[in-house]
Design a binder for this molecule. Structure first.
Ligand SMILES: [Zn+2]
Length: 710
């Protein structure tokens, strides 16, 4: 991924872009078009001498090119920051060149025809570039090192080239660094040579399968390499020495994921090896056969409880197919990379942890998109208005697109859906693709014209907002369901057409009816001789939607006990406002204590917490011993909201016993709300404790602030 996403336990993407409460008018952004070119890059041979301590490099890049038209007399390459010394042709003749901001123009010795191939070699010097190749000094966190950050237009800061994704070429990196360092790059390792000066070592890497420039990667550091394998494919984890013991915990599932994705996509892992490489910045950034993983991804034993690396590791691995093998033709097609990778991480989650965890993963994706839609903007997923590519790497390209793929799977069925994915990979492997290509593959494989589906979900903004109501007609033995689409259509949001599953549960069991929603206002009738205990619109939670569907307290109480995980969570939330109704508090307490799935226990505790009843203190204290950390955190948070000085000692004790950082942080935040003077010295102490991503320090600071404002 690109916006340096790190996944929390929930799988919610934490963006480095701050949320803007003001709605953003994305239509004011400039229209961007795919770049034209008049030559085809065939191969990059990049020789680099990297002085990590001096933060500088000198390079010699040999470009092999083929004109795409006759009469090519000059080539214009993207080049930023470094200084070009010389340009030579194949025979070593110096060529005239001109370096201007952002580009290098090379005058060719003669005009070349479209069927000719030629090469030019550019010699250049760079020093601590602002982008592209980042240098780091040694610190307590990391050794002195250099690592590329090529996305989206980074390579032009460390070698000249055609730096736009719509052209693919093979690449070769021959990098010399001070002895003691290791260099990792794309493709396979050809050689490692200790040089005669004994002070330097040269690594030669070759990626002989074509890829786009933003996927060209290099990192140099005194890495520890923890070796793993997937069949004949080397799978290595490149980490700082201090993280050697954490590498397998963080990445150890990778070979199993490679087997799963290869079989699921009907396309074996496409590259010579797979490396995951620790770098100082970001979350994960994929490149062919190598993924840069930020320091924040590495989990220690305690962080694994709440922040397992499963989501980001599977997401980045999925990019080896979605993004690296088949690559977006232009940035407006970002979903070709990100939606497919995001849907893949859900698929692995469900496969590895089961359908309930899968359902919660999908719910969190939905929540992330709806938050962006409400707080920031809506836009079509395929969208050509942006200042820079990062504008498009948002919750539309990631979770919304993943949910669109989930709906496509529902419409096509599993067999046709996965055959389509496989065909798309085989049709466009080592090439670029866009939405039209995908639509064509869907038609070829399934025979179905789903233009209407792509039109409403990819080319138009927004999502349906359903208002549903039902009525049981005892005399007629019918259940009448009315479904209206009430979304504000002023911004180009359509009336949606979609299949939907309606379930009706009565004493005799549950029946599912499949219907098509076509119009703004739809009415359906289903046979129902007995009084329905629960009616569900969109059973299975397939649709990306908002829904209001009023339910009686008795229906919600039934749902809290009997529905699937998402339904039970929804029932718990809906019951939060009904705590005074007879039986509701008892039912929520029972769910908080006994529901087999942690997310329902958490939702029930959150609902109970809203009542802010001091009589719940003994119950909430007990729930702080839940086997799962999330309900424990919810119980601690609910206790905090009671603002009761008398529980400060209990919260401190919970902090000391708690194995996970997340619930520990909740204990501290709750402590800040107690107003207890005694809490202050403890919070001061906690502020100095080391923790994963400084969770404990940040929670202690917030608590101290709360305490002083009491
Ligand atoms: Zn991604």
């Amino acid at each position: 991924m690109r916006i340096d996403a790190v996944r929390s336990l929930l799988g919610i993407i934490i963006l480095t872009i701050p949320l803007n409460p003001q709605a953003i008018d994305v239509y004011k952004r400039p229209v961007q078009v795919e770049r034209s070119r008049d030559f085809d890059f065939i191969h990059y041979l990049i020789r680099l001498d990297i002085d990590i301590a001096g933060k500088s490099f000198n390079g010699r890049m040999t470009a092999t090119l083929r004109p795409l038209r006759d009469g090519l007399e000059k080539v214009i390459l993207d080049a930023e920051e470094f200084t070009v010394r010389e340009v030579r042709d194949e025979s070593g003749e110096a060529l005239a060149f001109e370096q201007a901001p952002g580009r290098l123009t090379v005058k060719l010795p003669r005009a070349f025809r479209h069927d000719e191939k030629f090469s030019v070699t550019v010699g250049y010097d760079g020093r601590d570039p602002k982008k592209g190749l980042r240098f780091y000094e040694a610190s307590a966190e990391r050794p002195a090192m250099a690592a590329s950050d090529s996305w989206p237009y980074g390579v032009r800061h460390w070698f000249p080239g055609y730096d736009y994704p719509n052209d693919k070429a093979t690449s070769e990196i021959i990098a010399t660094v001070a002895a003691g360092n290791k260099v990792v790059a794309n493709g396979r390792l050809i050689s490692v040579k200790e040089n005669e000066d004994a002070a330097t070592v040269t690594f030669h890497w070759l990626q002989d399968k074509p890829h786009s420039t933003y996927l060209i990667f290099l990192a140099a550091a005194p890495y520890e390499v923890v070796e793993d394998r997937f069949g004949a494919v080397p799978v290595n984890y490149w980490v700082y020495a201090r993280h050697a013991a954490d590498a397998r915990r963080t990445y150890g599932k990778t070979p199993e994921m490679m087997a799963y994705f290869g079989a699921l996509f009907g396309y074996d892992y496409p590259w010579d090896k797979y490396d995951q490489v620790e770098v100082p910045f970001g979350g994960g950034a994929e490149s062919t056969s190598a993924t840069a993983m930020g320091e924040r991804v590495i989990v220690d034993e305690r962080a694994e409880i709440d922040f397992p690396s499963l989501g980001i590791v599977s997401h980045e691995l999925a990019h080896q197919w979605w993004g690296d093998l088949v690559t977006l033709r232009t940035w407006s097609e970002a979903w070709i990379n990100e939606s497919f990778a995001t849907y893949s991480d859900y698929l692995y989650f469900e496969h590895a942890l089961g359908p309930d965890e899968g359902a919660v993963n999908l719910l969190n994706k939905k929540t992330a998109y709806l938050r962006e839609a409400r707080e920031r903007y809506i836009r079509p997923i395929v969208f050509d208005r942006y200042e820079g590519p990062s504008d498009l790497f948002d919750s539309h390209s990631y979770p919304k697109g993943a949910l669109v793929l989930h709906m496509l799977r529902f419409i096509l069925g599993d067999d046709a859906f996965f055959r389509t994915l496989s065909a798309f990979l085989h049709d466009y492997d080592f090439d670029v693709a866009d939405t039209h290509d995908f639509k064509r593959t869907v038609k070829t494989v399934t025979g179905q014209n789903l233009d209407w589906f792509f039109d409403q979900w990819l080319y138009k903004p927004g999502h349906p907002v359903f208002d549903a109501s039902s009525e049981w007609d005892q005399t007629a033995g019918l259940l009448r369901l009315r479904v209206r689409q009430v979304q504000d259509r002023s911004r180009g949001i359509p009336v949606y057409r979609t299949p939907a599953r309606i379930s009706v549960t009565d004493e005799s069991g549950k029946r599912i009816h499949e219907v098509w929603i076509e119009d703004e206002d739809e009415a359906f009738e289903f046979p129902a001789s007995g009084r329905p205990l629960l009616v569900r619109f969109d059973d299975g939670h397939i649709l990306l939607k908002e829904l209001t569907f009023p339910k009686s307290a008795s229906e919600l109480l039934f749902q809290l006990q009997k529905d699937d995980v998402i339904g039970r969570m929804e029932a718990a939330s809906s019951l939060a406002g009904l705590a005074k109704v007879s039986g509701v508090e008892e039912a929520l307490m029972k769910a908080a204590e006994r529901d087999p799935f942690w997310a329902v226990r958490e939702a029930a505790l959150q609902a109970l917490g809203q009542a802010k009843e001091k009589s719940l203190i003994p119950f909430l204290k007990k729930r702080c011993a839940d086997p799962h950390s999330r309900p424990r955190a919810a119980a601690l948070s609910a206790l905090g909201e009671l603002r009761e000085p008398g529980i400060a000692a209990f919260l401190i004790e919970r902090f000391r016993k708690e194995p996970g950082y997340l619930a520990q942080a909740e204990a501290l935040k709750a402590l800040g709300k107690t107003g207890s003077r005694a809490a202050k010295s403890f919070l001061k102490e906690a502020e100095g404790m080391p923790s994963f991503r400084n969770i404990i320090r940040d929670a202690a600071r917030q608590a101290l602030k709360d305490l002083s404002s009491e």
